[in-house]
Design a protein around this ligand. Structure first.
Ligand code: HC1
Length: 574
């Protein structure tokens, strides 16, 4: 430890940390824009400047290390004036459209302007002009709002190892773009949306389908069906200012009915269905010498990354469609028949914590007889916006149940939303399918927790199954490179593109102005909401869901059967 003085008060701090870190431990929050605790230090915005006695110029506290006896001042008149001027300069080149901006009230730049005391915006000169990139079904890019903090670039490279975007051009023409000035649509972007989560302004946003969703809801000739992803229920309350860690599934079902949906189903029902197919596929590969390790396929951004960068592993990837796509297939076939409806009159709207599900929904190979199955996929944020816009105050609603017969789910399905949850759910069922015995301890602890890479093993009828779980595409690449070196290292791998799994999805509510995206504490709270729900359920294994059993009995036949293959499986392209 060393002694430093911050604003004339002595503090013992760890040697080698930055001034910003030292100030944080001493209870001072220094404003910043480009800094992010889980990314490399960039030091570009200069908002975090402080004065250090003996050093002539202000120093960037995010990158400057403390030294024994250092005397730091974070709040002098000179610092306050300089910080305010830095933010004013950033604002001079920023559109004056706060009141019509989708991030109004949730924008870090807007909040910072107030924090540093900007009172007027006097600049009348020219601002940068760019065409917006709206071509991708997932990520839109409005460079007029970009402040060049580079958090998106570092996230894409350092967390996701995708490197889809970078700074291009020089000087005042600098902007953030995929290579060769391409649209996001034509780039290697995986559509994970993590760049959106870290963007402090409305530069990078999900391509929103709110207008289309409202139009569908107002179309009297259509049967409107909603489904919600596991993690949506663990985070939607945050959009309404409620602290993280609570499960809002029943209130969300009620809210969706108030929005005008005719049926509210649960993606978790199809998570159980996925497990029926995926566990069967795994055991089939294991027994009959199929390609191992088998790798899960429900994370849409992982699927796009896999086709681009790991296509040699296509034979390893499960052919199962994601739960979202399985449920959409089933509503337009099995359920359409039950209600005697023409599937063409059904509009399926999926509310997902994921941005990449928009891309998945549009994939032609998921059509059934030329018919798109998921009509629109919207994020948790879009759902929050729709509800507020319709005057529906979700936290105050009386909870309601999902509709039958596609609304009941097991605890195994609930934990899909947290990293390791799909693996745990699949192993609960695979064990019992393979052995015919009851799995006594169904909490598979090695699969749990927020760590980016987890490993474990479980005995399944005398065979030791070695599994791995990775969340975040950067962590996934580490595991997959191991697989390329040694195909026998694992039998089964779960990959989720977003850090922490879907609870950390690119479409989840912004982490809040005081906290940071990929905040481990936030992810843990969201995960806990799902694990609590698992424990509270009477049925905790997918194959014990009675409505799933009925679906196979009345309609699908058996797992991996002909009908299941047509409706629940897919193929991948290089
Ligand atoms: Fe999944 Fe997810 S991908 S966990 O398989 O991130 O169920 O489809 O909805 O939560 O978005 C499931 C699917 C799902 C979450 C998302």
């Amino acid at each position: 430890m060393i002694k430093v003085y911050i604003n004339d008060r002595p503090y013992d701090v760890v040697d080698g940390i930055t001034i910003m870190q030292a100030a944080t431990t001493a209870g001072y929050k220094i404003p910043s824009l480009c800094y992010h605790p889980r990314l490399s230090t960039y030091g570009g915005c200069r908002v975090c400047i402080v004065e250090v006695e003996g050093i002539k110029n202000f120093v960037a506290s995010c990158s400057y290390p403390v030294k024994e006896g250092m005397k730091i001042h974070t709040n002098t008149e000179a610092i306050r004036k300089a910080r305010k001027e830095i933010v004013e300069l950033i604002l001079d080149n920023h559109p004056q459209d706060c009141n019509v901006c989708m991030r109004n009230g949730m924008c870090e730049l807007q909040n910072l302007a107030r924090t540093v005391g900007v009172e007027t915006r006097d600049f009348e000169g020219a601002r940068k002009k760019y065409d917006k990139d709206n071509a991708s079904p997932c990520v839109t890019n409005n460079q007029e709002k970009c402040i060049l903090c580079g958090r998106c670039v570092r996230t894409c490279a350092e967390i996701q190892n995708i490197h889809a975007i970078d700074f291009v051009n020089r000087g005042i023409n600098t902007k953030i773009s995929p290579a060769f000035n391409a649209s996001f649509k034509d780039s290697v972007c995986s559509n994970c949306g993590q760049c959106i989560n870290v963007c402090p302004t409305a530069t990078l946003m999900e391509h929103n389908y709110i207008k289309e969703a409202f139009a569908a809801l107002n179309d009297k000739s259509k049967i409107k069906i909603a489904q919600i992803a596991p993690s949506v229920r663990a985070a939607i309350g945050e959009y309404f200012g409620i602290k993280p860690g609570q499960n809002w599934e029943k209130e969300t079902a009620a809210a969706l009915r108030k929005l005008g949906f005719d049926y509210v189903f649960d993606t978790q029902f199809a998570a159980d269905l996925t497990i029926m197919e995926e566990a069967s596929e795994f055991l089939d590969r294991l027994k009959n010498g199929g390609v191992l390790p088998m790798i899960t396929s429900c994370s849409s951004a992982w699927m796009k990354a896999m086709e681009q960068f790991y296509s040699d592993l296509i034979p390893n990837v499960s052919s199962c469609r994601s739960p979202m796509s399985m449920l959409s297939s089933i509503t337009k076939t099995y359920f359409a028949k039950q209600i005697n409806a023409d599937p063409k009159n059904i509009v399926n709207i999926a509310f997902m914590c994921c941005v990449a599900k928009k891309y998945e929904a549009a994939r032609p190979e998921l059509e059934i007889d030329g018919m798109r199955t998921t009509d629109y996929s919207l994020t948790t944020r879009e759902l929050g916006w729709m509800l507020k816009s319709a005057g529906i105050d979700l936290p105050t609603l009386k909870g309601e149940e999902f509709d039958s017969p596609l609304g009941q789910s097991s605890g195994a399905a609930t934990i899909f939303g947290a990293t390791g949850g799909v693996m745990e759910a699949a192993l609960r069922t695979a064990y019992e399918f393979a052995t015919g015995k009851t799995l006594e301890n169904i909490d598979i602890k090695e699969a749990r927790g927020i760590a980016g890479i987890k490993e474990g093993k479980i005995d399944v009828g005398g065979t030791e199954i070695r599994f791995a779980v990775a969340s975040g595409l950067g962590n996934a690449s580490k595991v997959l490179n191991e697989v390329r070196k040694d195909k026998n290292k694992y039998h089964f791998i779960e990959i989720m593109a977003c850090p922490g799994g879907c609870i950390g999805g690119g479409g989840q509510p912004y982490a809040g102005l005081g906290s940071q995206p990929f905040d481990i504490g936030l992810l843990k709270l969201r995960a806990q909401a799902l694990y609590n729900c698992d424990v509270a359920k009477v049925i905790r294994k997918s194959h014990e869901n009675p409505d799933i059993q009925k679906l196979y009995k009345d309609f699908l036949g058996k797992p991996l059967g002909e009908k299941a293959h047509k409706l629940l499986h897919t193929h991948y392209k290089q």
